[in-house]
Structure formats: structure tokens, C-alpha cells
Design a protein around this ligand. Structure first.
Ligand code: URA
Length: 249
């Protein structure tokens, strides 16, 4: 029974990954035949401005002058209940002066054990995608919305996102990337302060205080739904093209 339930739950989670809270609305208002096309087509991107406001959070770590200092100020964090259940605080990894940041949702079991983002199966797929684009994991900076693993890999709670997001915004302030790629709907909505489906998120390029922000599929969702790889590859190519343009300027 349990072994049958697991794929069903994961498949529903994947549907939610694409459609978000609109899942049932979309299914009720659209005919079955026009759904798939709409979910995979890449319309020309709109540009949308979003404000990056970290001033509301006047905390000690705001004075950090480097990622190392920031890490030392926050890695014992106990501001939410995940501080009690984590094994390792997963700060982030990569080039402190990166032009591009990749942002995921939260550490999973492998990341929680090793203290580094995207080191499990999804991370290996991410490394392969970067390699196919002629990019190295070390040239970008990789971080998550949450720095601690939610038990059983459940979605982050809104309160956990609100508590942890200032840490990520401070990382962004120190790294000063020109471009950010959000991996998955949860990461993109949390960063941009939106509640959109991944379909909608993928259609736009957001402007976060001058930083270009894109969204694509979460690599873990691709492992379960290989037919999403094509759309993901298109997103990554778009990201790489802009990355190359911004890297020379
Ligand atoms: N999934 C994420 O969103 N982040 C990780 O670090 C690993 C898996």
C-alpha cells in the first residue's frame, strides 16, 4: 500500500510543481487537449520589476562584509524549528564573485549530511546540465532559500521562508550576481515574493534590483519526469546566452 502511495504522491507533487496553486483551477477551466501545449511552450519573455527589500531586517548579520563572515554569523541559527532537526547548516557554495547564482528550495538528505547544496542525485543532474553548457559548478554560486533541511523533504513553510530569506538576500548583496536562475517554482516564488505557477514564472524575466531572474524546473522533478528536460534545456540555454553577454560587460 505504502509503496503504491509514494509514486502517486510524488506525481501529484510534480503536477503542483508546474501548476502551483492553480492546479485545480487550470484543470477545471481548460480542456484536457489544450493543457500540455500551454505548459511547455516558451512565449517571448516579459520583463517584470521586483523590489529586493532587505532593509526591514535589521539583524547582526547585516553587517557582514564577506560570505565567510556571514556564514560564521548565521550557521548556528535557531530562528526556526529546523535548527533543531538539521544535521548541517547548508550555507551555499561557489564563486564569491559569481556573475550567476543558482537558487534551489532547501537541502535534502544528502545536502543535510554534507553541508553543501545540490550534492545528491538532483545535484549530479545539475552538474551535468552545467557541463553541457560549458559551465563549471565552481564558476557560479549555488544556494537555497532555506539553509536547513525540512523533515522528510516537505515543502518549506511560509514562516520558514520569511525567516530564512534575509540570509539569502544578504548573500545576494555580497555576491552581486547579474543573473539568477531559480530551480523550481518554490524557489522562484519565495525569492520574488510571488504565488505563480512554474508555467507563468518560466515565461518572464524578472528584474530584482537590476539582477535578471529566471525560473526553470527543479532538477529533482526532471529525474521523475524526463519529458520536462527539453523545456528545461531551453531555459538553461536562454540563461547561458544572457550569462555570456553579461560576463563580457
Ligand atoms: N534540492 C534543493 O532545492 N536544494 C538542494 O540543495 C538539494 C536538492
Amino acid at each position: 500500500m505504502i509503496s503504491q502511495q509514494k509514486p502517486l504522491i510524488e506525481s501529484l507533487k510534480d503536477q503542483q510543481e508546474i501548476f502551483g496553486d492553480l492546479l485545480f483551477e487550470e484543470i477545471q477551466t481548460k480542456s484536457a487537449t489544450d493543457l500540455p501545449e500551454e505548459t511547455i511552450s516558451m512565449k517571448s519573455s516579459k520583463k517584470i520589476e521586483v523590489e529586493l527589500n532587505n532593509n526591514l531586517f535589521q539583524e547582526d548579520f547585516q553587517s557582514a562584509k564577506s560570505l565567510k563572515e556571514l556564514d560564521s554569523l548565521i550557521h548556528d541559527c535557531q530562528k526556526c524549528a529546523l535548527g533543531k532537526t538539521r544535521n548541517k547548516f547548508v550555507f551555499g557554495v561557489g564563486n564569491p564573485n559569481a556573475t550567476a547564482m543558482l537558487i534551489g528550495e532547501a537541502p535534502g538528505a544528502d545536502e543535510d549530511a554534507q553541508g553543501e547544496p545540490f550534492v545528491g542525485r538532483a545535484g549530479k543532474l545539475l552538474n551535468d546540465i552545467l557541463k553541457a553548457l560549458d559551465m563549471k559548478r565552481e564558476e557560479v554560486y549555488i544556494a537555497n532559500i532555506l539553509k536547513c533541511r525540512p523533515p522528510n523533504n516537505r515543502d518549506p513553510l511560509p514562516s520558514e521562508e520569511d525567516t530564512c530569506k534575509p540570509h539569502l538576500l544578504k548573500q545576494i548583496e555580497l555576491i552581486k550576481p547579474k543573473i539568477i536562475l531559480c530551480l523550481g517554482r518554490v524557489a522562484a516564488n519565495a525569492l520574488l515574493g510571488k504565488k505563480l505557477s512554474l508555467t507563468d514564472l518560466r515565461e518572464n524575466i524578472y528584474d530584482l534590483d537590476g539582477i535578471k531572474v529566471f525560473a526553470t524546473y527543479h532538477p529533482a522533478a526532471l529525474l521523475r519526469n524526463p519529458h520536462w528536460k527539453r523545456g528545461c534545456w531551453e531555459d538553461f540555454k536562454k540563461f547561458k546566452k544572457l550569462y555570456d553577454e553579461l560576463s563580457v560587460n
